[in-house]
Design a protein around this ligand. Sequence first.
Ligand SMILES: *Cc1c(COP(=O)(O)O)cnc(C)c1O
Length: 321
Amino acid sequence: MPEKHLQPTPLRKYCRLSEEMGVSIWVKHDDLFPEAGGGNKVRKLGHILADGLRQGCDAMVTTGSACSNHVRASALMAANLGWRAKIIIHDAPQTRLGENLLLADLAGAEIAFCERGEVARRMDEAMAELSREGRRPLYVWGGGHCLAGAKAYFEAAGELADQAQQSGCRFDYVCVASGTGTTQAGLHVGFSRFADGPKVLGFSVAHDKARGSEKVISSADELAKSLGIRSRSAGVNFDDSFLCGGYARADKNVCETIRWAARTDGLVLDPIYSGKAFAALRSQVRSGLVPQDSQICFWHTGGLLNLVSGDWPPLQKRPIS
Ligand SMILES: *Cc1c(COP(=O)(O)O)cnc(C)c1O
């Protein structure tokens, strides 16, 4: 079962970032799974594909954008299981493949492009084609947005709680980039089990507050219901003030934060997800919304392969001093 292969990811303190920011910064490195290029999609898919194996599946159909980490992780994990994968990309056909799509192609996934409004129909067709070929395909929502994905992060909250105990720290906040909201929902419900668990702060990378928080809340409610626990979705913190105008858009502040984190402490972030969330956290610490001396765990959800999509100036010729 794929979920059994997932070892706990590292939890590391970043002393220089901590010193500069005036808070304790620990990073939970889900970018560093050994499988499929890492990231939160690997953790989610570990659970999603394990469900599929239990149902006897041997193929999958999923969807994403041209820069989707979920698409890359799906294709590689499917290859690892010996499954067929059909992937519908809701973007214009790409002349030059980005790293994620290139890896999906190398992994043998069958990739098709379509308009956003066509995705549901095309996924249904792909399911039917695979069935006609005698396969048992698993239907996986874009981004791995489903109950099994939320459960993966519910369990991950326990993983962090164990590591925090071993390291002798108690977190005030867990900060995470929030897209479909599954990761945040799983963590939110996961930490609400603990009497004085950390507050989960979700920083939007795709949706405005109304839509984004609704997604987190409905996912958290569905998860709580399936676990037979009382819903605690009332306290969901979803912040869209650092959205930079939408998915895959970044501003100067995000790019400056990425450079600063790399230079200050060797922490690698990306402009679509983790860099946006870290820039948001940094602003909230500066403004005092997150108080000085707080113990913070930044949940690194991955995304290094999107680093080059940022708006980086060419390397200047520097005078030799
Ligand atoms: C998909 C993704 C997210 C968002 O996760 P959701 O569960 O969809 O909210 C965050 N960071 C990275 C790197 C991702 O690929």
